[in-house]
Write a protein that binds this ligand. Structure first.
Ligand SMILES: Nc1ncnc2c1ncn2[C@@H]1O[C@H](COP(=O)(O)OP(=O)(O)OP(=O)(O)O)[C@@H](O)[C@H]1O
Ligand SMILES: [Mg+2]
Length: 335
């Protein structure tokens, strides 16, 4: 990347540069800011939790806050799963202790960011523990991981642990709208909703989906484009299809099926997978009914894997649903 070039990936382009730009995570940001106001008080940190929620972003933002634009001189960024990781850390800490006489700006320590630290082997972790002890005068560690339970206890107990949970849905939607606005793309509300639903609190996933969808159609991201990008039909449409079959309107249900197939070009198995998933989300169907319907789905899924024709098998599946719905109704009436 040239000096004046903007990154092409929106996840990078819109990665917060400082703690104030971080979305959600209010409590974490406030505690970290308290450390930043008086950096001498900053302990080793462990940032742990689900992917795409801002852990690496925050570690880099801390480096910026501490050292300003010279942050790279005083920060060692390492991927801990890299085999040479531990030796590099040891060597660099020696370098840093030499620096420490002249200082790291106003800050009394250098920063070592170890990403993916839960991938470190046991022996590497034991070595790291020693290094943390020896180096603590001249360096602070920020360990990043997805599962803190994979880090040995003596390391955990040396760190202030911050747990990152899924990014709040509303905050995520607003953030996507903001990016869309800056990119001069109209992000329709239902489309934003779908992206948020799909990305399950992972902001990286969400921003990537938005960027891919925006590349499909000039200037606008609608729900259909998002569906195409994430490879899933609209859940509402799939549920509509299931309900129509169960409540006796087989022809309408089949029509919806053709709409779904036609507009997205999904294969029969992809649609079956979604029927299965949506079925379990539907609150108007009892668990027993879900089990029965799952059996039917399984049978048609099998037929499709054997190379049967998709349209015909899906129609037959909906017909079975319709029959099942009718049986329930008759049983109910007979009681
Ligand atoms: N809290 C957040 N505020 C603003 N942007 C965010 C936030 N979390 C994630 N992002 C966006 O998602 C991208 C990825 O975030 P980041 O690299 O910090 O995730 P991570 O938590 O380190 O994930 P992983 O566990 O997969 O390494 C960032 O570049 C940024 O665009
Ligand atoms: Mg990361």
């Amino acid at each position: 990347m040239g000096i004046n070039e903007e990154p092409l990936m929106w996840v990078e382009k819109y990665r917060p540069k400082n703690l104030d730009e971080v979305i959600g995570l209010h409590d974490i940001v406030e505690s970290l800011k308290a450390f930043m106001r008086n950096p001498k008080t900053m302990p080793h940190l462990m940032l742990t939790g689900v992917p795409g929620t801002g852990k690496t972003t925050i570690a880099l933002a801390i480096a910026h806050e501490l050292y300003g634009k010279n942050w790279r001189n005083f920060t060692l960024e390492l991927n801990a799963s890299d085999e040479r990781g531990i030796d590099t850390v040891r060597d660099r800490i020696k370098d840093f202790s030499r620096y420490s006489r002249s200082g790291f700006g106003d800050i009394p320590f250098a920063l070592i960011i170890l990403d993916e630290s839960d991938q470190m082997t046991g022996p590497a972790q034991t070595a790291l523990r020693r290094i943390m002890e020896i180096g603590s005068r001249t360096s602070r560690f920020i360990l990043i991981c997805n599962q803190s339970s994979k880090i040995i206890e003596p390391i955990q107990s040396r760190c202030a642990i911050f747990r990152f949970s899924r990014v709040d849905r509303q905050a995520m939607k607003e953030h996507l709208q903001e990016i869309a606005k800056k990119e001069k793309v109209e992000l329709q509300p239902e489309a934003a909703e779908r992206i948020v639903e799909y990305s399950e609190g992972d902001l990286r996933h969400a921003i990537n989906a938005l960027q891919t969808a925006a590349a499909y159609k000039e200037g606008v991201v609608d729900e259909k484009t998002v569906s195409l990008v994430i490879g899933e039909a609209s859940p509402i449409q799939v549920q509509k299809m299931i309900r129509k079959a169960l409540y006796g309107d087989f022809m309408e249900s089949r029509k919806t099926m053709y709409e779904i197939m036609g507009s997205y070009g999904f294969s029969g198995s992809e649609i079956i997978r979604q029927i299965q998933r949506e079925l379990f989300k539907m609150s108007d169907i009892t668990p027993e009914q879900k089990a029965d319907l799952s059996n039917i789905i399984g049978e048609y899924d099998y037929r499709l894997t054997q190379g049967a024709n998709s349209d015909i098998q899906l129609s037959a599946l909906l017909a079975q649903f319709a029959k099942y719905g009718k049986d329930i109704e008759e049983n109910y009436a007979a009681k």
